[in-house]
Each structure stands twice: as structure tokens, then as C-alpha cells.
Ligand binder design. Structure first.
Ligand code: 5RP
Length: 214
């Protein structure tokens, strides 16, 4: 099994706090995710700053695009994004537009299955269109209502699609090995790292647990 990648969700609105957190956890993570509220607040300048400071990290911009896929995503790929997210609920035309923009920049696309009813259908069609990653995602509001991503992860992994599977939604030390065993190859962690007394220590623990699970 290839070593799963760890993605830190940088979900603060504050530019300097975001860069500071990235700096603290950099030794333990593979992907910096600029979270949706953060990218809306800070825009392309933050993409450029993180790319310049951390050229060896993958940079995911969590646009959660809903329309105008090629146009919206293009600017973020041009600024340095390696991966941009598009919503599965947006429809295949929008997903296809983001894939077109990604191809122009030699970059990748993650289709976020958050709130998609027929996740298997959208995952299969996204792979046919050329998406490299599908995201199983229980959002922050759904987490607050008690939902988790675990059952959906198992269902999508069981399809055996030729695609990387990302999982997000309250993943923490006690669940990280379970999601690796279920087939996730990108493990997204936000609050369990940035909300910890020592984010660097929390990220180090997650790294050790993920590596031990392979
Ligand atoms: O994309 C997000 C919310 O829409 C979050 O960044 C993602 O859920 C990861 O954060 P956490 O680990 O705190 O759930």
C-alpha cells in the first residue's frame, strides 16, 4: 500500500495565523489545504504566499466550486494550486470545467461528494471525466449534527475505482487508522490539529499513526 498522504485543513480566516500554523505542522504533513472560509477571505494572495514558502508541499485550494468551473478554478491553478476542489452536487459540466482548467496547468482535481445523494454515481462519472481524487466529506455542520464519513468511505472504496480517495470530517488520532484501513489514501485533519494545545505535536501523532497503519 502506498503511504497515505496527510492533509492539514487550514481553516482560520487570519492570513498570518494560517501561515504560522502551516509552518508548525510542515514536517508532518504532505498537503496544505486552504479551507473554504480561509480562501474566500484571503484569496489568491494566500495561495501565492504558501506556494512560495513551501514549494515542496502540495497545495489544495478548497474552493468547493458550484458553477463556472473552468473560470473560477483557473485563477487558483495559475496562482500555484496543485489541487482544487469542485462540488459533486455542481453537476458534470462544472466538474468537467475544473478538470479542463487543471489540465491546462498540469494540476489535479478533487470532487467533493459532500451532500451528494448518489455518491457512487458521481464518483464513477468524475473518474470517467478525469478527476484524480474523490472526497468523502462530512462537513462541519453535519458533524455538529452527529454525522461521520465512515460508512460512505467504505461504500466508495468498495467500488474499486482507479482514483485516490480523500476522507474528511472530524478525523482524529482515534479514527485515523480506521480510515486508512477502509481505503482512504488522503487523510484530511483540521480541528484535531489546529485545536490541539500543540498543533505540531498533534500532527506528529497523526503522522506516526498513519505510517504505522500501512
Ligand atoms: O472542509 C472542511 C469543512 O467543510 C474542513 O476543512 C474539513 O472537514 C476538515 O476539518 P475537520 O477535521 O475539522 O473536520
Amino acid at each position: 500500500m502506498a503511504r497515505p498522504l496527510i492533509q492539514i485543513a487550514l481553516d482560520s480566516l487570519d492570513f498570518n495565523q494560517t501561515v504560522g500554523l502551516a509552518d508548525q505542522v510542515a514536517p508532518y504533513v504532505d498537503i496544505f489545504e486552504i479551507g473554504t472560509p480561509c480562501i474566500k477571505y484571503n484569496g489568491v494572495n494566500l495561495v501565492k504566499e504558501l506556494k512560495q514558502r513551501f514549494p515542496d508541499k502540495l497545495l489544495l485550494v478548497d474552493l468547493k466550486t458550484m458553477d463556472a468551473g473552468e473560470y473560477e478554478a483557473g485563477a487558483f491553478y495559475a496562482a500555484g494550486a496543485d489541487i482544487v476542489t469542485v462540488l459533486g452536487v455542481s453537476g458534470l459540466a462544472t466538474i468537467g470545467g475544473v478538470i479542463k482548467a487543471a489540465k491546462k496547468h498540469g494540476a489535479e482535481v478533487q470532487v467533493d461528494l459532500i451532500n451528494v445523494d448518489d455518491k457512487a454515481f458521481v464518483a464513477k462519472e468524475s473518474v470517467k471525466l478525469g478527476a484524480q481524487i474523490v472526497g468523502i466529506h462530512t462537513g462541519l455542520d453535519a458533524q455538529a449534527a452527529g454525522q461521520t464519513p465512515f460508512a460512505d468511505l467504505q461504500d466508495i472504496a468498495a467500488l474499486g475505482l482507479n482514483v485516490r480517495i480523500s476522507v474528511a470530517g472530524g478525523i482524529k488520532q482515534s479514527t485515523v487508522q480506521q480510515v486508512v484501513a477502509s481505503g482512504a489514501t488522503i487523510i484530511v485533519v483540521g480541528a484535531a490539529i489546529y485545536g490541539a494545545p500543540s498543533p505540531a505535536e498533534a500532527a506528529r501523532e497523526i503522522r506516526e499513526l498513519v505510517d504505522a497503519a500501512v
